[in-house]
Design a protein around this ligand. Sequence first.
Ligand SMILES: C[S@@+](CC[C@H](N)C(=O)[O-])C[C@H]1O[C@@H](n2cnc3c(N)ncnc32)[C@H](O)[C@@H]1O
Length: 411
Amino acid sequence: MSASMNKIKHIVTNIDQQAKHYENLQDEASRKALIAEAQSLIATLELPREYVQRTVFAEPARNTAAQLAIDLELFEGLVAAGEEGRNSAELAKPGDADPALLFEARILKHLAAMNVVEEIDADVYRGTALSTALTVPKFRDGIPFGLDATGRVFLDIPQYLAENRYRNPVGVSQGPFQYTHKTEREYFEWSIHENPKNGAAFKNYIRGYREGLPSWTRPDFYPAQAELANSLQKNDAILLVDVGGGFGQDLQDFYANNPSFHHASILQDRPAILSSIAPDSLHPSISTMPHDFFTPQPVRGARAYHLHSILHNWDDAHCRTILGHLRDAMTPGYSKMLIFENVVPDRAAHWQMTRLDWLMMATCAALERTERQWRELLGSVGLVVRRIWSVDETTESLIEVVVEGDEEERM
Ligand SMILES: C[S@@+](CC[C@H](N)C(=O)[O-])C[C@H]1O[C@@H](n2cnc3c(N)ncnc32)[C@H](O)[C@@H]1O
């Protein structure tokens, strides 16, 4: 038997075993392991010609077709059609004449060929769980956010790097994003000032991106009672400051998952983000405070300063400014920093981490970091890792950080 046939048989045996685990446990780990085995089978079976045709033509065409289906509300039409499905003429919006019908059939035909919708008869289409999910803003808007802000940048990166003599991109005003979009603004500024439509899509995308990912606020991830509650005696002590905390989801999750905590926490972000949060939608212990994290931190001596998906948006020089302001606000022997980010393993990193590293290169000239990179960055501003808490090698870890010299003390 050829070596590749042996490999295929081995993977098929693994798929069988993983499918049984998944059937018995119905858990995330066995679901992900089953997907990894199935992807490995495709990578072994697929011919180079098929790989090129699929990745270079079929997948970009599917992404464009999905964007058009969103623009033309075809997925909504399929939800309304239910099990019976609809043909392309029925799905075309009133007023759209013959060319549009042909147009829509082409869109739907490719989406069916790529398993996004089902073609149940000639020119009769039915929605899938995926196409139905793509009617919900938090999933739907990942497509315009990705294609418009980032997809173009990926295409330009080879030219950008060639022109920059293959230097690792750094610097928020001259990275690949600015090269493609012909701007000097960093992504968040650009989406506020030059492309608010994409900024709105980003907000929804972030909500969907978080869904189902393990939150550090779960007591089985990080035992907050043991790690944070012990020194919190004063009633007016500030528990958490969520720096660049977006819409406050992490603080909301914290109070939901740790109901015994009643101390106050502060949500900081740019004014434009905070003003879009509905009044009274936050837990009563959370208050908001506009704050630019490149300026000195006004809340001194909190129990913990929290940063989620912030530092991976910035190169080391900018991170040192952000971290330095927080270090200056920390009370040695009492305050901690809680950084919720990926810690990329030295080998066999999961694609969820490597693609985020590329996304950070494209949008922010920044990166996902390995443990060594985290320790070096933090050490360069007088901070030290006390412990790294992880539950899953494909998602973020909680890096618990203290001021240098504090690491031996009981916190
Ligand atoms: C990737 S989002 C992460 C949001 C939140 N921590 C989360 O994990 O959902 C980055 C956040 O940083 C905020 N941000 C960017 N630049 C900022 C600045 N200079 N000062 C404060 N917040 C900033 C953005 O508004 C955005 O909410």
